[in-house]
Design a protein around this ligand. Structure first.
Ligand SMILES: *[C@@H]1O[C@H](CO)[C@@H](O)[C@H](O)[C@H]1NC(C)=O
Ligand SMILES: *[C@@H]1O[C@H](CO)[C@@H](O)[C@H](O)[C@H]1NC(C)=O
Ligand SMILES: *[C@@H]1O[C@H](CO)[C@@H](O)[C@H](O)[C@H]1NC(C)=O
Ligand SMILES: *[C@@H]1O[C@H](CO)[C@@H](O)[C@H](O)[C@H]1NC(C)=O
Ligand SMILES: *[C@@H]1O[C@H](CO)[C@@H](O)[C@H](O)[C@H]1NC(C)=O
Length: 205
């Protein structure tokens, strides 16, 4: 069953469940999501935890404490690190954005000409943010389907009427709860593609 295969592949590659799967946690007053996660955690003990793209295969490593003690700053403005990173990321989105926007052919807007005119000044480029919602593993799966459709690495995602390349055009990718499970899983797997996780995880069905 393809959906089940996809489900198990993503769950296998998930950092959250892998962390909890060594022993099953008994939840006292479990929510529906917790019951689902707990039930799914049981067979995960026997599964491979990470894809080949995950550095160190999730093994915790010892690191030095930062020389400057971390502090919490006011979130009223962007950090200096983010401000420095934004033009670099925006620059990296230009080609993908040009391909996507010219392909979708917006009436009355010559996206190619706009981007050609403004690509040398990242301040004039759009910031695209993608947010994956919460909602347990349904949100993980639904978000994964979206991310796969937005990812130009997914086969056939850049054909007419498809949205492949939106992910590559994006500056931000965020997730909450079940969506964070998805984004976190992609992050710890070095931002490999959803399709790659499905294709490379051993079939556990
Ligand atoms: C992570 O991905 C980047 C870009 O594809 C690659 O250069 C790097 O080697 C990868 N890191 C690991 C640990 O696989
Ligand atoms: C874009 O849409 C216009 C109609 O709005 C059409 O005439 C044109 O052929 C389309 N271009 C491409 C590349 O699909
Ligand atoms: C972004 O690209 C423009 C045009 O190629 C270049 O002038 C600029 O230095 C780049 N900025 C960064 C931060 O890489
Ligand atoms: C980039 O565009 C912004 C907004 O239009 C403008 O304020 C800024 O001066 C431009 N920077 C350069 C280097 O042209
Ligand atoms: C991609 O599209 C082609 C042509 O429609 C089709 O034969 C092929 O099965 C599709 N591949 C995937 C992975 O959907």
């Amino acid at each position: 069953m393809k959906l089940q295969d996809s489900l198990t592949s993503l769950l296998t590659a998930s950092s959250v469940l892998s962390a909890a799967s060594a022993s099953v946690v008994v939840v006292r007053n479990p929510t529906v999501d917790e019951v689902g996660a707990e039930a799914l955690a049981v067979p995960l003990t026997a599964w491979k935890r990470a894809t080949a793209e995950a550095p160190n295969n999730y093994i915790p490593t010892e690191v030095d404490c930062p020389s400057t003690r971390p502090t919490i700053r006011s979130a009223a403005s962007l950090s200096n690190e983010e401000l420095a990173w934004l033009p670099i990321r925006r620059n990296n989105t230009v080609t993908a954005m040009r391909n996507l926007l010219t392909r979708v052919n917006i009436t009355g807007f010559d996206a190619g000409a706009y981007l050609d005119t403004h690509s040398s000044n990242a301040s004039n480029l759009p910031n695209i943010g993608i947010a994956a919602s919460g909602g347990g593993y349904r949100a993980l799966m639904n978000g994964a389907g979206n991310i796969a459709a937005f990812d130009s690495r997914t086969a056939n995602s850049t054909g007419a009427g498809h949205l492949g390349g939106l992910l590559q055009s994006a500056t931000y990718l965020a997730g909450l709860s079940g969506g964070g499970w998805l984004v976190g899983s992609l992050y710890v797997n070095n931002f490999t593609s959803v399709q790659q996780i499905i294709d490379t995880t051993p079939d556990t069905s």
